[in-house]
Design a protein around this ligand. Structure first.
Ligand code: PLP
Length: 275
């Protein structure tokens, strides 16, 4: 009664927005963050209110709670770890937001890489939803399986508006197989974390490149002497597809996923070229 599965976490983000946002309602977003929240706000014809994160990418709690009170916004999505900055939402910040009464969706798509969760607050707060995905840890993004954990009240309402056959049989089989082989799949995360640390150690030695401390399977890199576009092009020529961004705060940054050791070697070569 307290869990709902969806065709990827994305479907659940869309369902939650549909459930809580009517045209003209305010929806707060805390950029830089995952673009789907803004996308869903737009298709629900919400009025989007950006509350920028601090320079260390933490949520500006005072400004966020003030905007919640001012606008009467009904739902807020916060990714933890955040995409693309990699930082977590501390429980203390989650509580401050939940105490306003808004529905807080903590998007834990990258949970398995960090082991930190807001799920411990579920018993205390009926307005908390925790979102998870099989896309990253189980590596089945193309099969589209995600799920949310929340109060029976919210899950009940989501069940009434979701399509009855939203999860196809192939996706369901893959998710069940992933659960059956959970231990083996999760063991790969240790390798990935060690590889992230290896890339970080290289950047630590380079001039003009920094990264945001990350708890996820990617690194947000920032260049003093290059734009994100230039770094993107250089990596692309080496067959590495990074994520670049528009907007003032990330125009000198790219996000790079941590791959296999040979793939990370290519990234490291590219970083030396950029130095
Ligand atoms: C923060 C965040 N939430 C949700 C998703 C969507 O995941 P899914 O593949 O389960 O739809 C992503 C995908 O990259 C993401 O980064």
């Amino acid at each position: 009664e307290e869990v709902i599965a969806g065709s990827g976490g994305d479907e659940i983000i869309e369902l939650l927005t549909k459930l809580f946002v009517a045209p003209g309602d305010s929806m707060i977003d805390c950029p830089p963050t995952f673009g789907m929240y803004e996308f869903c706000a737009r298709i629900s014809e919400a009025q989007l209110i950006p509350v920028e994160r601090h320079d260390d990418w933490e949520i500006d709690i005072d400004a966020t709670t003030a905007e919640i009170e001012r606008t009467g916004a009904k739902i807020l999505f916060i990714a933890s770890p955040n995409n693309p900055t990699g930082n977590l939402l501390p429980d203390e910040d989650a509580r401050a937001i939940l105490d306003t009464g808004i529905v807080l969706v903590v998007d834990e798509t990258y949970y398995e890489f960090c082991g930190e969760t807001s799920a411990g607050l579920l018993d205390e707060y009926e307005n908390l939803v925790v979102l998870r995905s099989f896309s990253k840890w189980a590596g089945i993004a193309g099969l589209r399986v995600g799920y949310a954990i929340g109060s029976e009240l919210i899950v009940d309402h989501l069940m009434t508006i979701k399509q009855p056959y939203n999860l196809n049989i192939a996706a369901e089989s893959a998710a069940l197989a992933a659960l059956q082989h959970q231990e083996k799949l999760l063991a790969r995360i240790d390798t990935l974390t060690a590889e992230r640390r290896r890339v970080e150690a290289v950047i630590d030695e380079l001039d003009g490149i920094t990264y945001s401390p990350s708890t996820a399977n990617f690194l947000l890199m920032r260049f003093d002497r290059f734009t994100g576009d230039e770094a993107y092009e250089l990596f692309a020529r080496r067959g590495i597809f990074a994520r670049k961004f528009s907007g003032r705060r990330l125009e000198n940054s790219i996000r790079v996923s941590v791959g296999t050791p040979p793939q990370n070697d290519l990234v490291i070569d590219g970083l030396h070229d950029l130095n």
